[in-house]
Design a protein. Structure first.
Lengths: 371, 277
């Protein structure tokens, strides 16, 4: 998905600093830590992680700081293993290249679970060792053979409340109903969750979605095309489409929806009804230089509720460990995409289906929206 | 100094450029050519797809249509600007120069977002038209083909101005005086003497704008509303999103060949020195 979600997290973090939600001092501290680590990071480029060291590859920018603060430093403190953040982006292509080189320099990878599953099937990833990583500290169904869920976000309906009077959309049928909810729509350029939304909008029951009837989904999307003003490719774009009043309703990331609600002074609202939950995951490179066991221990340490709470505060990501939900203050529970009350209204994306079908489905989706 | 050594000296001066182009463009592009014949399997399958796949076809057709419209719009606007720039009063000249150079210096990204601010539903134009009571609902000016055409035309006008202005400058003033002396009106002198003398510059400008427009990526990506409006975006999608790079590679090769043919034509019609003014 162009790693678009991961990139958006960085923008969100930066904007939180701008708004003063993260103090300048704290930001400076984080920046200082990051800068202090930078020379070591540079030196590590091209070399191999040492035994007492793990290299975590994510999508760069402020997420590096967040990962370091929430997960890296506490892990180093308790285990003595340094965790270096590398923001160069673990794309499927890059992981494949690392694997084929025979001497990978990466240990931990921040990947979409469906990438984790398909790369795992190709033997490029270590199986997750569930004797170290605790499956009970995960939401049921979100621990895969070669990827462990570490956070969540959702694709949800956000709408301009000034356009609909007292009416509130209650699901995908309303998203696709321009008579009841007039105005243009905006959907996701990279297809994920849009098929599910179209099928539910077409009357398919949430529990009967998979395997997806792509033909039916694309017919629905094709017929709805003229109502879509823009297919947003990144979070900032989804924000401007709603704030500028170009769309009266959009399917967007829950992490963004919170920001848009604030920015619009509450005019743009969002609902969890029939939202589509999407997990993020960590995977371990096959024959990783820092040792399989340490990598598994790191994943296990990232299951600590307090550390996941930190990530929730920094990036708005829903925690992977259900025990974290309770630590979230009551006024923030509303924006936690996996809070029991919110999760009950939503449907998780089936990562196994995506691992099998995403490439082809996305090709078809592009044809439908661009033709 | 004999001619041969001057020649080899010139080649030596060109060497860094040739080396750079070779390493940065030619060598990687050969890799792309190879993909187009080998991914996912060896053969011409991807080229068959380029010429039969309905999506590729519709994007190619749309790209050509947009490029033609943009070329025509840029040419007409640039002609007027160039005329003022070359033949206007000193104030007019300064103004024209300002209008040509300022957008020329601003990044393509900034300009695309600027147009979004102008053309979107709550943008300047719609807000103004609505408050003036001329329209009740905002016009769909951006996030569609229309927005892409506006943004691209704006970007490309300066590139059309230079060759046209160059052609205008090289017109011998006495020819125009002669026409007037023979009793032709100002209008007639303009249409039957002045304009034909600038045809070369116009053809050069048209080809430059058209070729440039074919490869546009940023402007359509921002102003086109996320659909793959133009070929460059389609290539990006195929390479970055699809595990099968062959089709994206084949589209690139076809595009490069097409541009190569156009450039050959360009060289026929006009000396390179003319095109840049």
């Amino acid at each position: 998905m162009d790693n678009a979600f991961q990139k958006d997290c960085l923008e969100i973090l930066a904007s939180k600093v701008e708004r003063g939600e993260i103090s300048r001092r704290r930001f400076t501290q984080m920046a200082a830590m990051f800068l202090a680590g930078a020379p070591a990071l540079l030196r590590s480029t091209g070399s191999y992680a040492q035994a007492k060291e793990l290299v975590l590859v994510n999508w760069g920018g402020d997420a590096m700081t967040a990962y370091d603060k929430a997960y890296g430093q506490p892990f180093t403190k308790e285990s003595g293993v340094t965790v270096k953040m590398d923001g160069s982006g673990p794309t499927e292509g890059a992981i494949t290249a690392q694997f084929k080189s025979g001497k990978p320099s990466w240990d931990l990878l921040d990947v979409d679970p469906f990438s984790g599953i398909s790369l795992g099937k190709q033997g490029m990833l270590e199986p997750i060792d569930y004797s170290i990583v605790d499956k009970n500290k995960m939401r049921p169904g979100f621990g895969w053979d070669t990827a462990a869920s570490t956070y969540f976000f959702s694709y949800i309906v956000a709408y301009d409340s000034s356009k609909f009077g007292d009416l509130v959309p209650t699901g995908m049928a309303d998203f696709f109903d321009v008579k009841k909810f007039p105005g243009k729509r905006s959907m996701y350029k990279w297809g994920a969750a849009m098929w599910e939304a179209a099928l539910m909008g077409d009357g398919v029951a949430p529990e009967k979605l998979y395997p997806l009837d792509l033909k039916r989904a694309h017919d629905k999307i094709a017929a709805f095309k003229e109502n879509v003003v823009a297919y947003w490719g990144g979070g900032a774009e989804s924000q401007s489409v709603l704030i500028d009043g170009e769309a009266s309703m959009a399917l967007i990331w829950s992490t963004r929806a919170q920001l848009i609600e604030q920015d619009s002074g509450g005019t743009i609202k969002f609902v969890w009804d029939q939202g589509l939950i999407s997990p993020g995951a960590l995977a371990v490179m096959k024959n990783n230089p820092g040792g399989k066991e340490n990598a598994m221990k790191f994943i296990a340490s990232a299951q600590t509720p307090e550390r996941q709470l930190e990530m929730f505060n920094l990036l708005g990501q829903g925690p992977a460990n259900p025990a974290t939900d309770a630590l979230i203050p009551d006024d923030k529970k509303r924006i936690n995409c996996v809070d029991p009350a919110n999760m009950a209204k939503q449907v998780p994306l089936d990562m196994e289906w995506y691992a099998e079908n995403y490439g082809k489905a996305f090709d078809e989706y592009t044809k439908v929206i661009s033709a | 100094m004999n001619g041969k050594s001057t020649h080899s000296r010139k080649l030596l001066l060109l060497a860094p450029l040739l080396l750079f182009l070779g390493l940065a463009y030619v060598a990687p592009f050969l890799g792309v050519v190879r993909w187009s014949f080998t991914m996912p399997e060896t053969g011409l399958g991807q080229y068959a797809a380029v010429f039969t796949d309905p999506l590729v076809q519709s994007v190619f057709v749309r790209t050509l249509r947009i490029c033609l419209i943009v070329t025509a719009a840029s040419l007409i606007t640039a002609y007027a600007i160039a005329y003022v720039w070359v033949r206007g009063s000193s104030v007019q000249r300064a103004l024209a120069e300002f209008c040509i150079l300022v957008p020329f210096w601003i990044s393509v990204l900034t300009r695309a977002f600027g147009w979004l601010a102008m053309l979107s539903n709550r943008g300047l134009i719609n807000t103004w038209l609505q408050s003036a009571g001329i329209i009740s609902e905002p016009l769909a000016l951006a996030r569609n083909e229309f927005g892409v055409i506006i943004g691209m035309t704006h970007f490309l006008i300066p590139f059309a101005v230079f060759p046209i202005a160059s052609a205008m400058r090289s017109i011998d003033e006495r020819v125009l005086l002669a026409a007037r002396g023979m009793g032709a009106s100002r209008t007639r002198t303009f249409w039957t003497v002045f304009v034909p003398l600038t045809y070369g510059g116009m053809i050069g400008a048209a080809l430059i704008v058209f070729v440039f427009a074919l490869g546009f990526f940023v402007t359509p990506a921002i102003l086109g509303g996320g659909r793959s409006v133009m070929v460059a975006e389609l290539v990006y999608l195929r390479i970055f999103q699809s595990p099968d790079w062959g089709l994206g590679a084949a589209i690139s090769v076809v595009l490069v060949l097409f541009i190569g043919i156009l450039l050959t034509l360009l060289r026929r019609f006009i000396k390179p020195a003319h095109m840049v003014g």
